[in-house]
Design a protein. Sequence first.
Length: 354
Amino acid sequence: MPKNYNISVIKGDGIGVEIVDQAIKVLGAVGKKFDINFDYKEYLMGGCAIDATGNPLPQETIDGVLNSDACLFGAIGGPKWDNLDRELRPESGLLRFRKEMGVFANLRPATVYDELVDASSLKPEVIKGVDIMVVRELIGGIYFGEPKGKTETKGWNTMVYTVEEIERIAHVAFKLAMKRDKRVCSIDKANVLDVSQLWRDTTERIAKEYPEVELTHMYVDNCAMQLIANPRQFDVILTGNIFGDILSDEASMLSGSIGLLPSASTGLKTAVYEPIHGSAPDIAGLGIANPIATIASASMMLRYSLDEEDAADAIDAAIKKTMADGYRTGDLAAYDCKEQVNCTQMGDIIASNI
Ligand code: NAD
């Protein structure tokens, strides 16, 4: 009997549709090989949901995702909806979605494929072998803190973290480090911010439960420099919401293309797997988007939500082989490219390499 998983799918806007279709294709290939069946149910979110229902995050989507084993997500947003009131915009739906799902931990690997060391803006000798996991707190901090507000002459937001919020994200980082190189670097601004001092004190206390893991601390401004100067020094980076937002985008550029990098958002109720990039309106509909970030997100879904390690390894190996064979979408066509392919072809090749 094949194992069966219920997967909620949110394709979203722009390139979301085409990249998620490729991930589903690759999951089909891996399902055949490992006797796994995926039942997909599609839900609306973002601009397409606004067009269809007037609401960027319909209740049906929240319920459907909460009732699934995991959610595969594309991207949302686009210029068509940019002029709506902030509360009605696709991005507000995304923030509310993360909160509703309780996904407090955002995992973003930043790894560099050997074949693509030239794609990075840094020197090959600086980035070769980089393998970083950024663990970002996702539903607290300044993006959600109260009070917040704006008048004609003043605007304000509040960075708040409770001990419980810091503890649970710290545990995620330490547990991941145990499976990796056993090093956590916690990022804060404890020289200026009280909330960061609490962050530092709490991570120190949690570290005592993981004696094999080395904990270091770094100020966020220094970390921004160190990621460029010597990225190989990092194993797991543990950070709050806004610092993680910025640092994980910076870390992602080490690999050369935003189209390569997956993410997992896990937490209290379910988990959401998505590429780190947005809906790329500038190339939407052209069929040239790089689907690898989304396919790698499907691999993370197998690994972290479904416990299908072998199937996840098979996807990662198929992506690596495709890179090594020299197939590239347009974003990476300048680097060691033997054949330039479009989004669908890239999905076909990775699926056939499973
Ligand atoms: P973006 O990530 O969509 O695009 C930035 C640049 O990277 C563009 O030039 C784009 O063509 C390129 N790019 C992105 N993904 C690619 C891929 N898979 N293959 C090849 N090239 C790729 O960021 P943006 O332009 O700042 O935002 C566009 C829209 O996406 C906005 O509405 C934004 O709010 C939204 N957004 C959504 C999410 C999400 O759904 N999680 C995340 C970020 C941005």
